[in-house]
Design a protein around this ligand. Sequence first.
Ligand SMILES: NC(=O)c1ccc[n+]([C@@H]2O[C@H](COP(=O)([O-])OP(=O)(O)OC[C@H]3O[C@@H](n4cnc5c(N)ncnc54)[C@H](OP(=O)(O)O)[C@@H]3O)[C@@H](O)[C@H]2O)c1
Length: 334
Amino acid sequence: MRYRKLGNSDLLASKVAFGAWAIGGWTWGGSDEAEAIRAIHAAIDAGINFFDTAPVYGFGRSEEILGKALKGKREKVIIATKCGLVWDKKAGEFHFRSTEETITDSGRLEIYKYLAPESLRLEVEKSLQRLQTDYIDLYQTHWPDNTTPIEETMAELVRLKKEGKIRAIGASNVSVEQLEKYQAIGRLDTDQEKFSLIDRQKLTTNIPWCHKHQVSFLAYSPLAQGLLTGKINLDREFPPSDLRSKKPRFVLENRAFIMSFLGDIQPIAERRNITLGQLAIAWVLNQGEHIHALVGARNVKQVQENAAAGEIVLSTEEVGFISKMIKKHGPNII
Ligand SMILES: NC(=O)c1ccc[n+]([C@@H]2O[C@H](COP(=O)([O-])OP(=O)(O)OC[C@H]3O[C@@H](n4cnc5c(N)ncnc54)[C@H](OP(=O)(O)O)[C@@H]3O)[C@@H](O)[C@H]2O)c1
């Protein structure tokens, strides 16, 4: 595993991180707590020291499972969580509502984007409790809230950092213009955005901006939620409670286009004796020294495979060939 400091902080984080959304269960067709804890422990054994979660992942469940699994191992790991998606009040900007299929024990919840200073203060305390810790290594705004000026949000995050409740500050799902606003008020250490072989928009925007400003770029959904592993073939079915059952990207026609793309890059994986998923993660990491891949995993086997991708460095020829195949198949894939 390779490690790199997050932004200008002292946090030395593994290039492959454990993404803890799916283990929260909600919108991922449920999850098995014991299996999730085994996966977290396997991640540490495989060199992963960087864990990314959020309160909204299972409405606290992902953070709670992580807190339980990391008990006694706290000083060895970097915990990243988020703020700004709330479901216990109607404030800020409406984001989305859970559907009949993704109903929770508390009914159909409404989620709001809310980054007001007083709300962050409440949120951080709840996360600390669920994570069973007294500090959060990296605290990130989850989605922009257009009802709160970034300057106010960032000023509060800077205060939380001074108080020692958080150690580094990050943003997610933001534009370069929004990153500039954060940076004008305090030190931003990370930017978390969707990025994979089939989500390359950030290559010309946030990724170069982060490089220039010594901000680490955290790539989320680097496997396109499993599509790039090659294991989601035309037969794989998702239960209605799994968000992938509704996503246009997962329709059979698009899966066929993705499989055709993967078929063309498969020889690289075969020559190196790695899986397609590992190749997809390695490609993400190859796009810049400042990039980390946040890879979601539900079990030990997945986490071990994903962690091993942290060792792979692709050659110029391999990257060039993949670029050619992206040009060939890109226009068909959504
Ligand atoms: N900031 C944000 O707004 C945001 C948004 C999305 C994600 N994220 C973060 O990024 C993390 C990763 O993104 P993601 O979970 O959306 O997608 P991802 O990492 O691209 O895909 C994860 C899914 O792929 C499958 N998978 C993983 N490893 C595999 C392997 N070795 N072999 C076969 N299948 C494998 C698993 O699903 P199955 O086993 O069910 O197939 C897993 O849940 C999240 O956990 C979260 O921490 C952040």
